[in-house]
Each structure stands twice: as C-alpha cells, then as structure tokens.
Design a binder for this molecule. Structure first.
Ligand code: CDP
Ligand code: CDP
Length: 226
C-alpha cells in the first residue's frame, strides 16, 4: 500500500462505531477520527450563540470563523474544542443529541465539516467513523465497514450507558423511538445521507461484544492487507 490506509466506518446511532473504532484504531496505531463529535460541537456552538438550528442563513456566518479542533489523548479519547471552549463532555448531552441531526442536514454545514475531515485524511493513516465517511468523505477509502444492529439492541445499549451514568428510570421504548427518529433523519436527508456503500463490508453486531466486533475488524483488515 503506497500510503497509510484510510478506513471508513459508518452506521446508525448505537451501532458501536465510537467504541469499536477507537479500539481498532489503537490496535493498528492509526489516527482515530469521530466525525459525529464535529457535528455535535457545531450544534453546541449554535445553541451557545442562541441561533435556531433550523435557520441555515444564520448558521452560515458561524462557519466562516469556526475554530474546531480535535485532540487525540494517549488513551485514544478524542478531546473536542470549539472556538476556545472545551466541549468534549457537554456535546453528549440530550439537548445536543436531540438537535444534531437537524444541524447535519444543512448543505453549508456538511460542506464545511467534510472539507475539514478530508484535510485530516490527506496523509492517510486513519480510521474515521460517522454516517457518510465511505460514501462522501473518503469514497476512495482502502476499507469500508458498515456497522449496524437492530434498533432494539441499540436502544438497550443506550439504556445501559444511561444506567451506568446513574439514570435508573430510562424508558427503553422511548429510547428506541428516539433512535428510530434520528435514523430517519440521517437516512432521508438530501445531502450525504447515511447509506451502506456498495463496497462496504456489513457487520451486524447484535449479540456481539465490543471486543468481538474489534476482533472481526482485525481479521478483515489482516485478510485484506497482510
Ligand atoms: O454517537 P451517535 O451515533 O449517537 O452519533 P454521532 O456519531 O455522535 O453523530 C451525531 C449525529 O451527527 C448523527 O446522528 C448525524 O446526524 C450526524 N453526523 C453526520 O451527519 N455525519 C457524520 N459523518 C457524523 C455524524
Ligand atoms: O458510536 P455509536 O453511536 O455507533 O455507538 P457507541 O457509542 O460506540 O456504542 C454505544 C454503547 O454500546 C457503548 O456503551 C458501547 O460500549 C456499547 N456496545 C456494545 O455493548 N456492544 C457492541 N458490540 C457495540 C457497542
């Protein structure tokens, strides 16, 4: 392979992209890029500025002066910083989760963030995860993976995460409904919708642990490149 590989991992919410991609990138010694964090950070900034997430005309000027930075720490946790604010934790709040898919439908937003992601990938050597990585950001990726699981399984994972954070009374039905709503926006938007690229390897992760999925990815990588 002439340059270091680019690996694209796409899939819907709760498929295990962040957890699995981080461990896989670490295993390969490649950069890990969580592009959803960029859409989340911009959504946080839009809220911070008191702008309506529907109003693309008001959002556009924010994109001209955007200083969005991602730092990978030794433990491969991605820190997120926007216009001088550290937002790594706050971008995971329910308010941001509820609004981010709407922000991600705007063409100007997608153009700005896709450009920044392509710059990160210029030298190769990264594993990037999101919704449009194998289709729009790195269509020439060396390996494309589509991770998925049933909406019930993905809701159950979210419920486990929330319980671990001390939220004991989460409603599985409501969580599944929210996941399906976000899937619908991501699959149906006009620009760069969530799609399974025709050359992607699909991994259905129901009943597989994170470690098992990482092992599947390592096996696929070895089959293709070693
Ligand atoms: O972690 P989770 O699956 O909940 O979502 P995320 O990866 O943090 O992404 C949040 C939202 O950003 C997604 O629901 C998409 O609407 C949007 N997104 C996108 O449009 N394109 C990407 N490459 C990554 C995220
Ligand atoms: O990034 P995405 O929304 O696709 O999913 P994630 O944030 O990586 O995973 C959501 C939760 O599901 C995390 O707590 C993972 O540890 C868990 N998970 C799991 O239990 N089994 C898997 N095969 C994948 C993820």
């Amino acid at each position: 392979m002439p340059r270091k590989p680019i690996i694209a991992i796409d899939g819907p919410a709760g498929a295990g992209k962040s957890t699995v991609t981080r461990a896989f990138a670490k295993h390969l010694g490649l950069i890990y890029l969580d592009t959803g964090a960029m859409y989340r950070a911009l959504t946080w900034w839009i809220h911070y500025k008191g702008i309506d997430s529907n109003d693309e005309d008001l959002i556009k000027p924010l994109l001209n002066n955007l200083d969005l930075r991602l730092f990978l720490e030794d433990d491969y946790k991605q820190q997120v910083w926007i216009n001088g604010h550290t937002v790594t934790e706050v971008i995971r709040s329910p308010q941001i989760t509820a609004d981010v898919s709407l922000v991600a439908t705007h063409r100007s937003v997608r153009d700005a963030l896709t450009l920044q992601q392509k710059k990160v990938g210029r030298q190769g050597g990264l594993v990037a995860e999101g919704r449009d990585i194998g289709t729009a950001v790195f269509p020439y990726a060396d390996l494309k993976i589509f991770l998925t699981a049933t909406s019930r399984e993905r809701a159950q994972r979210r419920a486990n995460d929330l319980r671990a954070q001390g939220f004991d009374d989460c409603d599985l039905y409501e969580l599944e409904k929210q996941i399906i709503e976000r899937d619908n926006i991501d699959y149906s938007r006009a620009i760069a919708p969530l799609r399974q690229s025709s050359d992607a390897i699909v991994i259905i992760t129901d009943k597989l642990s994170c470690q098992q999925v990482v092992q599947v990815l390592v096996n696929v990588f070895q089959d293709q490149f070693l």
